[in-house]
Write a new protein. Structure first.
Length: 411
């Protein structure tokens, strides 16, 4: 009998099967709303969009059939045709490169194997960047190297995200195989034992997915935000030295994000905590944030500094990283203050900024993944999270966790 997890996975497959069509419709609608060409030009573009939908339908089947199935036994033919259609559409409107091109990355990785995956992703990335720039790069070393760097960065990020997704899927499949073996061994006690096994499987898979989702957001999403910011700054830099500095920053952030992703996969503590206590790691994170964003950030530590349980330290550091990422993205602040306080039975982290602020009630009712991730991390450790903010005044985030000391080996 299907479990709730199986039903959820089925719905996800159907949703992913519909994604190419949704992206195509969105891209076409935006093109028709913004394009100023003649009626014939718009009609031809619309015909190309319909042809593309027909190609996907012909080769992959209905969305309800799932996103990981192909009708044809020649996936290279399908992906080649898809990339050609993406190129044709992107040449007629940048909206297709902005949205529908994602299908090229998704299906290249899903349906091709080995090095051909990277061929499909690279072709899609090259087409998208040409569409964004309005043509091929100028025949200068700087323009060509910048173009190749953007292509390589996109290919690397798509490969990284896909690797994490495949690893999560493999872990889920392995857990299912283990559960199936246990169910076979315990068939005589099918009643209670089967119920417990199903619950354990659902809880384990969902817990692993929640952990991976949180770690992806805390490492990859924040890293990608920084990379995009640096690359955008590089494209607008007038001096070659400034352009190279931004590109170097983006390269370093990509390496750090890859390292943190690997650490997350293996459930290892954040990198800054490996070589330094929490107070020093927090100062290191703030200093790096200041260097990238050019906003003042002061770190203050009060109370008697002492080693805390790794989960407590990792949670506080992740909250600090998320809060700083939110300040960079949304606040427009000129100053940030971080205060780490060690008390007898609590350790707290306060992050305050003088930025734009927001409505805490709206955030409490939903909010972004970042605030939700903070609350879940704190709640899991029996802590509290308070958010105070007001438009034009700034924001204050306060996290309080039990001061659980680090276990000393042999004691």
């Amino acid at each position: 009998m299907p479990t709730r997890l199986d039903e959820w996975e089925g719905r996800l497959d159907r949703l992913m099967g519909a994604v190419p069509y949704v992206l195509l419709v969105v891209s076409t609608a935006l093109f028709l709303l913004t394009d100023t060409h003649s009626g014939d030009y718009r009609l031809v573009t619309l015909g190309l969009a319909v042809l593309t939908a027909g190609w996907i339908q012909l080769m992959t089947g209905r969305p309800a059939a799932g996103w990981n199935q192909l009708k044809t036994s020649r996936p290279a033919l399908y992906v080649a045709g898809l990339v050609i259609l993406i190129a044709a559409l992107s040449a007629r409107g940048v909206w297709f490169a902005s949205f529908f091109a994602f299908t090229g990355y998704l299906h290249s990785w899903q349906f091709l194997r080995g090095k051909w995956r990277f061929v499909g992703v690279t072709a899609t990335a090259a087409i998208s960047i040409v569409a964004y720039n309005g043509g091929l790069p100028e025949p200068t070393p700087t323009a060509i190297l910048t173009y190749l760097f953007f292509v390589a960065a996109i290919v690397a990020l798509v490969g990284l995200f896909s690797f994490v997704g495949e690893l999560t899927t493999e872990r889920s499949a392995e857990r299912k195989r283990m559960v199936a073996q246990l169910e076979e061994a315990m068939r005589e006690n099918a009643g209670l034992h089967t119920q417990l096994l199903v619950q354990a499987r659902e809880a384990g898979v969902l817990d692993e997915r929640r952990r991976m989702a949180g770690e992806i957001h805390d490492t990859l999403a924040q890293g990608l935000t920084g990379i995009i910011t640096q690359l955008q700054a590089a494209t607008h830099a007038k001096e070659a030295g400034d352009r190279q500095r931004h590109i170097d920053n983006a390269t370093r952030l990509a390496r750090e994000s890859l390292a943190e992703a690997r650490r997350s996969v293996h459930a290892i503590a954040p990198g800054p905590l490996e070589a330094a206590p929490l107070a020093d790691a927090l100062a290191e994170v703030a200093a790096e944030w200041v260097r990238l964003n050019g906003v003042r950030a002061d770190v203050t530590t009060t109370g008697t500094v002492r080693p805390m349980h790794p989960e407590v330290e990792a949670t506080l550091l992740r909250i600090a990283q998320e809060a700083l990422a939110n300040v960079a993205k949304h606040a427009g602040a000129t100053r940030v203050g971080l205060t780490l306080s060690y008390m007898e039975d609590l350790v707290t982290l306060d992050v305050r900024d003088d930025g734009a602020g927001f409505d805490p009630e709206r955030a409490r009712d939903g909010g972004g993944f970042g605030l939700t991730s903070m609350r879940k991390r704190v709640t899991r450790l029996a802590g509290t999270l308070e958010i105070e903010s007001e438009h034009g005044v700034g924001t204050a985030i306060s996290a309080a966790l039990p001061a659980v000391p680090r276990e000393v080996p042999g004691v």
